[in-house]
Design a protein around this ligand. Structure first.
Ligand code: SF4
Length: 407
């Protein structure tokens, strides 16, 4: 009943991951390909059938933890929380492992690729946070997802003992092929190849004061883990039949509603002054929300409008959530790049040429004006008009107010 898979084969990961005997590691990272036979054995040992997992009282704590995993998938920016239980007890391990398994079942049963991607990211973020300080598991997890990765003990700036002596810590090197495949998905100059130290085909991941070498490996691993969880779940979507989907209707409904509410919320959040947006921006946001593909020019325009209007970066990323090809990591990276570079949004002429201007003469009085050559002029004009109206309304209130009375 329970199976797991090795991460996506299109990335250079080892074909046969080395065995993991440590059950705490297997429970803490239940997405590991090595966890699959262990979870199957647990299911046999404790007679955990599909019925038990879906409705049995023994599995209720696992379903409760799974509900938290799912809610955090949608609502927590930093991903799924670390762990609710004691993984040194058999019971704690059962809850952690089967909650992951149940959550995956629900996500797959939604048959919603956006949700699968979001869930994979949330679980991978959790793994990254754990791995940063998990010296026991980090080496084996790293070797599971990277084909060429090594560590050695190093005394450097990462930590200092009581008398100021440098504490030993692991310093990692990662092969070029692994680094080049993963680093484009990560923002920040330190992840650009030109800024790394390359030696004999490997990149040295130096410890920095606030960013240890192990934390950097955990960050790289997050991308591979996400790809693995996502590929594995997408494969399983095809295995979900209608009967299973109907038995999971309740948790599916909850998670779908949460997703929907989040999209609406982000639109509403950015839309505090949504009526001030130019029609081109409104159209692109609506198209993306409805799963309609928007061309590259329109996407860059939307990201640069978000940046110029100082919308939170996460809000701009959320605009793209409905896109048919949405990828959290890629969109976050690309939007981050536009925000960092401070691109100026394109003007009306270019938007018209690139089929991103939806108005025809007579559709919108402002867009018809000769001086309206840039969508930002539209926003400013609307805001000025609104401010004038507010000032006039305030003046009328003052004028109509009763005269002040004594005492
Ligand atoms: S005229 Fe300019 S501001 Fe108006 S919708 Fe077209 S591109 Fe946008």
């Amino acid at each position: 009943m329970i199976s797991g898979g090795h991460p996506c084969l299109c990335v250079p990961v080892p074909r046969e991951p080395e065995p993991v005997d440590d059950v705490v590691t297997l429970a803490r990272y239940p997405f590991l390909p090595q966890a699959s036979p262990w979870i199957s054995a647990l299911a046999g040992e404790h007679r955990i059938t599909l019925d038990e997992l879906l409705e049995g009282s023994f599995m209720e704590p696992a379903r409760a933890r799974a509900r938290i995993r799912l809610i955090e998938t949608v609502e927590a920016e930093e991903g799924v929380s670390l762990s609710g239980g004691d993984l040194h007890s058999e019971n704690g391990r059962l809850i952690e492992a089967f909650s992951f398994y149940y959550a995956r079942l629900v996500v797959c049963a939604t048959r919603d690729e956006r949700l699968v991607a979001r869930w994979a990211l949330a679980e991978a973020q959790r793994a990254e946070r754990l791995l940063r300080n998990d010296e026991r598991a980090l080496p084996v997890v790293a070797r599971t997802y990277m084909s060429d990765i090594h560590s050695r003990e190093h005394r450097g700036p990462s930590g200092r003992g009581e008398r100021g002596t440098a504490l030993p810590h692991l310093e990692w090197t990662v092969g070029m092929a692994d680094f080049i495949e993963v680093c484009p998905k990560i923002t920040g100059d330190r992840w650009r190849l030109a800024n790394t130290e390359l030696s004999e085909g490997s990149i040295r991941l130096h410890s920095e004061a606030q960013y240890s070498s192990s934390a950097k490996v955990a960050r790289l691993l997050r991308e591979r883990i996400k790809a693995g969880i996502e590929a594995d779940a997408l494969e399983k979507v095809a295995e979900v039949n209608d009967e299973l989907a109907s038995r999971l209707a309740l948790p599916i409904g909850i998670v779908r509603n949460l997703m929907e509410a989040r999209v609406q919320q982000s639109i509403a959040l950015a839309g505090v002054d949504e009526e001030d947006w130019p029609p081109c921006m409104r159209r692109i946001v609506a198209d993306l929300a409805n799963g309609v593909n928007v061309n590259h020019f329109g996407r860059v325009f939307l990201a640069s409008m978000g940046s110029t209007m100082e919308l939170p970066q996460t809000t701009t990323v959320d605009f793209f959530r409905g896109a048919p090809d949405f990828s959290e990591a890629t969109t976050t990276y690309q939007v981050g790049h536009v925000y960092e570079q401070g691109y100026t949004p394109a003007g009306c002429a270019k938007l018209k040429v690139n089929h991103n201007c939806p108005v025809l003469p007579g559709d919108d009085r402002l867009c018809d004006r000769e001086w309206l050559t840039h969508p930002l002029k539209y926003v400013r004009s609307k805001q000025r008009w609104k401010q004038r109206m507010e000032e006039e309304a305030a003046a009328v209130v003052q004028h109509d107010a009763p005269p002040p009375t004594d005492g």
